[in-house]
Design a protein around this ligand. Structure first.
Ligand code: NAI
Ligand code: MG
Length: 497
């Protein structure tokens, strides 16, 4: 266990790693006129202050990004752009420990997740896209003898990127890497709950030698900094990950400028266990699917559909597994569920426990705020929640809770499983567990989701596109598809007649 003294030293370290109260604009740390506090959700203590960018700061950052886009960034060889990204990836790995420490302190997630998964994955994403920078070619189109026709793939210009608090550094990588590889410049706004790793990344961006203005980092609240960024007429494209509600608002607010838009908006992803599955891995997948990352994942397997012939067995095993997960100090190696990101989010999750009970679902385990009689007494800890006997029409099966809360729903046939799985406004991801290869492919083709995992869950690779069907959004992060979202095609016709 860490002690109160360790926690204080974590706060001191955080202040060494980031420039409190500063914004990264045009390659320099600029002081802002107002500041906010970021809180360690495991202790309730203030970690440090950070800047809130206003409309004038946004204007300065967008102008710097524009100047970099029209200037140095547009003329350096593409391979050089890739080298900056590769260098940044190396620096992330080199500073992995301190980045993981910041991430866990700011977000509350277990340290093993930050250090073993998030930080290396962020580096992998920069490495992957570094290789794309000089491989973005157009086509020659040989359909006429009286003309030479070809296409060029050109960057869009200045990209505004607004990201959430659940995977703070990973989201920086998903957004920045493809945009920069494609030759754009960026103004990035991290979430106000978790600004620290984005600021630390800013330091590394300077160290990697990116020309000034290529990446600008503006912290602040959504309704202040985010809104000013969305309305700024100098922005060519917005890429957003977050709630449906804010996604719609951004779409409305960007309409006047016809700003291009990519939205990644969460889900209510089904995780489907057929009775013929390998039960041991299916159960592990059900638990990891919802409780990894405290369930604060857009692709969390928050609806577990279980074939009725194995339903009682699965529910009993889930109850046992969930109650065995250690909730508590994120820096304790045995902790599996850390602190939820904020009091607000904890209250939201707890409110769904009441909603589930009122709607008639059976709470089989969890759902209490976990109180500790020590430095974690103010922490945002909730015991992992499982509701059984859920009807898919209930609010706990339809609304994104974004926390460690699972709704278990029985089904009788493959057709019924498919129809329940698709009966949601969302379509981000789905997982299924079966040993019948034909059924696996039938389901994969029929599920209305941007990602389908077969006999696994929550797996990501920088080369595999990720994004939503239906209300989960449009456009893709990761893979070659992500580059499409940051490029526009120009057709060139050369008369040869
Ligand atoms: P949010 O959608 O408000 O925040 C995401 C980002 O958008 C943050 O950087 C925020 O500052 C910014 N933002 C907020 N309002 C804005 C505005 N008017 N204009 C421009 N930018 C704005 O998400 P929030 O409030 O933190 O969480 C609420 C719920 O949203 C969660 O419980 C969860 O259901 C969902 N959510 C989904 C995420 C996903 O990955 N799909 C991530 C975070 C939240
Ligand atoms: Mg919000």
């Amino acid at each position: 266990m860490t002690t109160a003294t360790d926690n204080r030293s974590i706060q001191d370290k955080a202040n060494e790693f980031v420039k409190p109260g500063h914004l990264l604009i045009n390659g320099e740390w600029v002081e802002a006129s107002s500041t906010l506090e970021t809180i360690n959700p495991a202790t309730g203590e203030v970690i440090t202050t950070f800047a809130e960018a206003d409309a004038a700061d946004v204007e300065n950052a967008v102008s710097a990004a524009r100047a970099a886009f029209e200037g140095k960034w547009s003329v350096i060889p593409a391979a050089r752009r890739g080298k900056y990204l590769a260098k940044l990836a190396d620096l992330i790995l080199e500073h992995g420990e301190r980045l993981a420490l910041l991430e866990t302190t700011d977000n509350g997630k277990p340290y093993f997740e930050s250090s073993k998964i998030d930080i290396p994955f962020a580096a992998n994403v920069f490495h992957y896209f570094s290789g794309w920078a000089d491989k973005l070619s157009g086509q020659t189109i040989p359909s006429r003898s009286d003309a030479f026709m070809f296409t060029r793939r050109e960057p869009l210009g200045v990209i505004a990127q607004i990201i959430p608090w659940n995977l703070p550094l990973v989201m920086c990588a998903w957004k920045l890497a493809p945009a920069l590889a494609a030759g754009n410049t960026v103004v990035l706004k991290p979430a106000e709950q978790t600004p620290l790793t984005a600021l630390a990344l800013g330091e590394l961006i300077i160290e990697a030698g990116f020309p000034p203005g290529v990446v600008n980092i503006l912290t602040g609240r959504g309704e202040v900094t985010g809104a000013a960024l969305v309305k700024n007429t100098g922005v060519d494209k917005i890429s957003f990950t977050g709630s449906v509600e804010v996604g719609k608002e951004i779409m409305r607010n960007s309409a006047d400028n016809l700003t291009k838009l990519t939205l990644e908006l969460g889900g209510k992803s089904p995780n489907i266990i057929f009775a013929d599955a390998d039960m041991k891995s299916a159960l592990r997948g059900a638990i990891n699917g919802i409780f990894y990352g405290k369930g604060e994942l857009c692709c969390a397997g928050s609806r577990l559909l279980v074939e009725r012939s194995c339903y009682d067995e699965v529910v009993a095993a889930l109850k046992e597994a969930a109650s065995g997960l250690q909730v508590g100090d994120p820096f304790d190696k045995k902790t599996r569920i850390g602190a939820l990101v904020s009091k607000e989010q904890m209250e939201r999750v707890l409110s769904y426990v009441e909603i589930g009970k009122q709607d008639g679902a059976t709470l089989i385990t969890g759902g209490e705020r976990v109180a500790f009689n020590n430095e974690f007494s103010e922490g945002c800890f909730v015991s992992p929640i499982i509701f059984a006997d859920v009807d898919n029409k209930m609010r706990i099966a339809q609304e994104e809770i974004f926390g460690p809360a699972l709704a278990v729903i029985p089904f009788d046939t493959e057709e019924e499983a498919l129809s329940i799985a698709n009966d949601t406004q969302y379509g981000l991801a789905a997982a299924l567990w079966t040993n019948d290869i034909k059924r696996a492919h039938r389901m994969a083709a029929s599920l209305k989701a941007g990602t389908v995992w077969i006999n696994t869950v929550n797996m990501f690779d920088p080369s595999l596109p990720f994004g939503g069907f239906k209300d989960s959004g449009f456009g893709r992060d990761l893979g070659e598809d992500a580059l499409d979202g940051y490029l526009q095609t120009k057709s060139v016709w050369v008369d040869l007649s």
